[in-house]
Design a protein around this ligand. Sequence first.
Ligand SMILES: NC(=O)c1ccc[n+]([C@@H]2O[C@H](COP(=O)([O-])OP(=O)(O)OC[C@H]3O[C@@H](n4cnc5c(N)ncnc54)[C@H](O)[C@@H]3O)[C@@H](O)[C@H]2O)c1
Ligand SMILES: [Zn+2]
Length: 351
Amino acid sequence: MEPQKVVITEDLQQTLAEAVGACGADRLFILVDETTAQLCLPVVEGFDCLKDAHCIVIGATDTHKTLDSVVHVWEELGRMGATRHTLLINIGGGMVTDLGGFAASTFKRGINYINIPTTLLSMVDASVGGKTGINFRGLKNEIGVFNNAQTVILDTQFLKTLDHENILSGYAEMLKHGLISNEKMWAELVNFQFAALAAQLPVLSRMLADSVAVKQRIVTEDPTEQGIRKALNLGHTVGHAFESFALSRKPILHGYAVAYGLVSELYLSAVKTGFPTDKMHLTVSFIKENYGKMTITCDDYPALFDLMTHDKKNVGNSINFTLLGGIGDIRINQTATREEIYEALDFYREC
Ligand SMILES: NC(=O)c1ccc[n+]([C@@H]2O[C@H](COP(=O)([O-])OP(=O)(O)OC[C@H]3O[C@@H](n4cnc5c(N)ncnc54)[C@H](O)[C@@H]3O)[C@@H](O)[C@H]2O)c1
Ligand SMILES: [Zn+2]
């Protein structure tokens, strides 16, 4: 598969004009959520290339990643005369890029779309790689298709309005990208100081470019997750269980759940595939310091285990993990027993 076009820009107007020009569209639509309508849309509002664009607004956050919102997008496209040659530009976090990508991929059997991600998580992960979709009947990303955006445009100026929790949420995926890549990337990530973030934005931008290149390389090699794309699931088997479990208490952001999942899965990696314990401890300390902890007790283990057995990534009855033999030494299709998983949860509680 052709690598997806990802452009990191400091001149959004010019980059977007080129991307729009390359599509040769008859009509332009912009999709935003209620928050990005206020905080991000003003950045592009005066752009010449968007002067005839029609704006569609949906509710913000994952509670609006629904079929109702998709229907709203389809209706607006239809009402304003969109054709097969129309272009949709998604400006928002992963919710907007996932949902907009899905709406575009299905409208009249598929129209072009461009992603302009505005959260760190969507820049480094969600907007790249062609996975689009929505939540359905309480299940996350249950309905969707693989279909690449025509172009993904990254501009870190959008991060200036993003709160610290959402920065950290995206950063967890960067940490994962470092762990599955090489020592240099990993070391830079676990030594990053969030205290003076404003001054550090240029550094973060460069790290983000390295990080998105990791995702791009992996999804180009394995677009539909038959093999190596599973590397991106590191931290996500336990992480998704934490994320779903938290819904019944106090919901947590996806990246926080991934960070907590990384703690348990690095422990499993140390026990089962020989991941060095000094690097495990360094990574775990960084996570504890920046992400804190979600309180769980041993009484919660059966529920967490049960959630892991329902993970989409499983085949048959065994729980599928991606583990590491070292930094960059990826071991996909690993499994673990109930006992081993409980031990990994003990480690999470006690570390
Ligand atoms: N397709 C994929 O491969 C993939 C990968 C990871 C996650 N995802 C999906 O991404 C979604 C999570 O992404 P997210 O964390 O970006 O969530 P999100 O899109 O819900 O954004 C989080 C919040 O930040 C707001 N926001 C967006 N940009 C902002 C900005 N620049 N300044 C201030 N606020 C801003 C949003 O309006 C929202 O309230 C989930 O739906 C998840 O399933 C998809
Ligand atoms: Zn993730």
